[in-house]
Design a binder for this molecule. Sequence first.
Ligand SMILES: C[S@@+](CC[C@H](N)C(=O)[O-])C[C@H]1O[C@@H](n2cnc3c(N)ncnc32)[C@H](O)[C@@H]1O
Length: 229
Amino acid sequence: MSMISIYLNNISSAVRYNLALSKRVGIFNKFSAFTMIRMLDYTDNLELCESVSTIQGDVVECGVWRGGMIAGIAQMFGDSRRYFLFDSFEGLPPVTDKDGAEAKKWQDDHTGATYYENCKAEMSFATAAMEQAGCKQFFLEKGWFSDTLPVFTKSTEIAILRLDGDWYDSTMCCLENLYPKVVPGGLIIIDDYYTWDGCTKAVHDYLSKEQLTVKIERTKNGVCYIRKK
Ligand SMILES: C[S@@+](CC[C@H](N)C(=O)[O-])C[C@H]1O[C@@H](n2cnc3c(N)ncnc32)[C@H](O)[C@@H]1O
């Protein structure tokens, strides 16, 4: 290959990459009022999800708050998939000892900039976000994970499982009930792995309990994920 064609190839892949990135930033801008996720993490989430575009299966998010992250994923894939949104819509449960001192301090400080009323959001926000994504195949599963997940039978094939429930018990409950339903090659995105000790520990405990050898990976901006074998 000549130097000129290498140069032109490099330019065209840079242009393609920038076009894809600006599309993702556009999606973030559309849903930024519905998500707590920072732009770079948000666009990394979308890029990760694009990487499983050829894998069939549902999209499940546990811990949706106002629904802005899963709405962005729905904006990308449209009604070619179904979307399940699990949340108490009553905010986070109380921290336990497994979550550590930082989590307790955060939950006790009702004036903190990231407190958001203990991450409480009305269901109507998530409905509005999914409707703005132009999506019809979405289901809001309201309630505590420990009540809703063990009886959840609507999906048996999950392509993208996004965990954003912050605490140890919430994360563990999601992994125990939903990890087995993720299809080979599917993604498990773990929002709080680098933020909250309880979440980190739940992931380690689950993988160890099930003797799984999957790798815990990280995107360029630090989003944690596992690609199921
Ligand atoms: C950090 S917020 C989610 C942020 C959201 N994914 C976004 O795009 O901004 C955490 C959410 O998890 C929910 N949650 C955490 N643990 C839960 C549990 N055990 N049962 C039900 N909902 C839970 C809270 O209600 C809250 O809406």
